[in-house]
Design a protein. Sequence first.
Length: 250
Amino acid sequence: MARIPVALQLYSVRDDCAKDLPGVLKAVAKMGYAGVEFAGYHGFSAKQLKKLLADNKLKVAGTHLGLDSLLGEELQKTVDFNKTIGNKYLIVPGLAEERRNSRKAWQITAEIFNGISGKLVKIGMRTGYHNHSIEFTPMDGELPWDTFFGLTDEKVVMQFDTGNAMHGGADAVPFLKRYPGRATTVHLKEFSRTNDKALIGEGDVDWKKIFKLCEGPSRTKWYIVEQESYACPPMECVAKCLENIRKMGR
């Protein structure tokens, strides 16, 4: 299998992006990242972003956006914007409480995602869901993660965040095995019981097992680095994360 490209979730360096997004994209490309995942656009239009990405030879590994931007009349606006910047992965990173406060709510939310997915797949795009930690606390006898991904179509991306899951007491490995082919994009985030500022490769995540699954049955298309704690300036942290990934042979 070809090497899975590594992107950066720009939320990792959000303050830098707010000050100078063009400068951040240039620096991220120089670090060796193949792409970026957006979490907001900092006032730039789709055409402006398209040019910035092209100038730096960066691809788009996805964008994080609210569910409401995928519903009703907003869906077409979102599709048009993301077509322009070359993105096909529209990932929801969190839900309003009423969409996740019971097993029934998760079941209804799964059906909403199925409806969105059906529309997007026809035009070569996909939606998906990104975990935090709440999805791994049992609710009405079942983990919300299993309720949701047990009911959603296989085209709904299971964007697994390794660090967030471990914060919730869950290991990525069983879920990657349970849902083969679903983890199209995966967030690489460290977790350490002794160092809350650990970078990728410095904590307790079993990267060897995760890489093996991503490069096998999960059929992962993008690794996406996300760092949310900082022992040094954020831009230095994400550079070191990529260096550590390369040292692990990825």
